[in-house]
Design a protein around this ligand. Structure first.
Ligand code: SF4
Ligand code: SF4
Length: 486
């Protein structure tokens, strides 16, 4: 039996998982695709208003390694490219491609590649990129980019430690598609040429574990059960638990020979390579006391939250809060018109009795409880203080970007301070500031280049004028000389 290590902090919290098998969502009347994919990274629309699109067709292309193409999840007409509210902590309105579905579900011809071992890792990465695959654990980082590394990867970790309360999309997927997930893991292992592959499941997922055990007996993959301590599913935390290796702040797992991929991503890779299918759907848990029939739904990306809730029997009681994601890391939604994206793993409708009745925020009493539970070993009280007073450089000195927004500090804070909210705002402010600085720097470089170009042009013109003048004078002198000689 593998001896497991522990990471700092963390919490044991009630799982509240929904154990229902996966059902298919019905086709919505419209599909909504935000062009903003993650952080500040946009895709470019490549369809026009009124154009007919087919299921699996690329409708927006990636313009950097930090985005992946978006594909239509069903056939229909491009009805609009217009601003809609999107899933964002600040309830942002941003441009979206809207497809009015035609009910036919007509698809492009897919190109399966069952003999993947005959392909090169670079070709397989290109197929994964073209299929629009991103990390389905919630981060939505493009998978092909994550698989492109100069580092020598010795261990691939398939993360099935679905540790956040309420979310059960991964557990339900494993129970129904264990064989395909294992094949996806083997494809990823082949691409990375990694010697070891570990699939990590949480101890409170016995059925998923059993399904994997029955499948991977014949393959060279190690199945390890990890304790149900939140957030074991965090990338760095999971690596530490499984291998004892602590990945330092500001360092990536790949620099230490590890790459983690979510179990849903492994399944999407199987579909993209073996079946030739782009990423147009994913499993989403629709749950919470505010939902009549909590369930796991195979959902077309771009479906509205409202549509999924209607398919789950509708709202139960007065819903106090609608969340995209789990209760710890999710984003509160201002409307159920917001569409699900590749990053959406859960829709959670919470009623007032599910929500901890939070008293008003009080001053920090410096108890240090937040630091005790922080899995990233940060000092949340310091970060909060610096963030609140706009001291962004100090926030960075105190490793704000190592915060995984797990919410453990929020849960234990006796002063009910919304710490994570503050950290997200501070991160946003730093990103904007850096972008502005970058743009100002670019503008400065552009201006300097312009000045240099102008100076060069002026010099060239001056040289030309002098040359012209000299030629004229030479000609005058020649003509004078000619006249004199006559
Ligand atoms: S939200 Fe950030 S600061 Fe708070 S416990 Fe989690 S990692 Fe630490
Ligand atoms: S847990 Fe709350 S009150 Fe205690 S130190 Fe952290 S921020 Fe301050």
């Amino acid at each position: 039996m593998t001896k497991l290590a522990h990471f700092h902090g963390g919490l044991a919290i009630a799982a509240n998982k929904c154990a229902s098998p996966i059902i298919d969502s019905n086709l919505p009347d419209e599909l909504i695709y935000p062009l903003l994919q993650r952080a500040n990274n946009y895709t470019l629309p490549i369809v026009k208003l009124g154009e007919r699109v087919l299921k699996g067709q690329i409708i927006a292309s990636a313009n950097s390694p930090f985005t992946a193409p978006i594909h239509a999840a069903s056939s229909g007409i491009v009805k609009a490219i217009e601003p809609r509210i999107i899933a964002h902590p600040s309830n942002l309105t941003d441009d979206c491609i809207i497809i009015e579905t035609d009910g036919l579900d007509a698809a492009i011809a897919f190109q399966p590649c069952p003999d993947y071992q005959k392909e090169t890792p670079a070709d397989l990465r290109a197929k994964i990129h073209q299929a629009g695959i991103v990390g389905l654990g919630g981060a939505a980082f493009p998978t092909a980019t994550k698989l492109t590394t100069e580092q020598d990867i010795h261990t691939l970790i398939i993360n099935a430690a679905e540790c956040e309360p309420y979310i059960s999309c991964d557990a339900s997927l494993i129970q129904q598609q264990a064989k395909e997930i294992v094949q996806g893991a083997l494809i990823l292992q082949f691409i990375l040429q990694a010697k070891h592959c570990i699939i990590a499941v949480e101890e409170n997922m016995p059925k998923a574990k059993q399904a994997l055990q029955q499948t991977i007996n014949t393959y060279l993959i190690q199945l390890i059960t990890v304790p149900a301590i939140y957030p074991t599913g965090g990338e760095k935390q999971l690596i530490q638990v499984l291998t004892g290796t602590k990945i330092p702040a500001k360092s990536l797992p790949a620099e230490h020979g590890f790459i983690c991929q979510n179990i849903g991503t492994a399944y999407a890779v199987y579909q993209a390579i073996i079946q030739g299918l782009p990423l147009t759907e994913r499993i989403i848990t629709v749950t919470g006391k505010g939902i009549k029939q909590p369930q796991n739904i195979r959902t077309r990306i771009g479906t509205s939250t409202k549509h999924l809730i209607a398919q789950s029997g509708g709202y139960n009681q007065e819903v106090q809060r609608l969340i995209m994601g789990g209760s710890m890391m999710g984003i509160a939604l201002s409307s159920d018109e917001i569409a699900v994206t590749k990053a959406t793993n859960c829709i959670l409708a919470m009623t007032s009795d599910q929500l901890e009745s939070k008293s008003a925020e009080m001053p920090c009493i410096r108890c240090g409880d937040c630091a005790t539970v922080c899995p990233a070993e940060l000092l949340p009280q310091q970060l909060y203080w610096y963030g609140r007073s706009g001291q962004l450089e100090q926030c960075q000195d105190y490793q704000l970007f190592s915060c995984i927004e797990c919410g453990c500090c929020d849960v234990v804070c006796p002063s009910h301070i919304p710490l994570v909210q503050q950290f997200r705002a501070a991160k946003g402010a730093i990103i904007i500031k850096e972008k502005q600085a970058e743009q100002a720097n670019l503008a400065k470089i552009r201006f300097q280049n312009q000045q240099q170009r102008r100076a060069k042009e002026e010099q060239e013109q001056l040289a030309k004028a002098e040359k012209r003048k000299a030629t004229i004078e030479r000609m005058k002198a020649a003509s004078l000389a000619k006249k004199k000689s006559l």
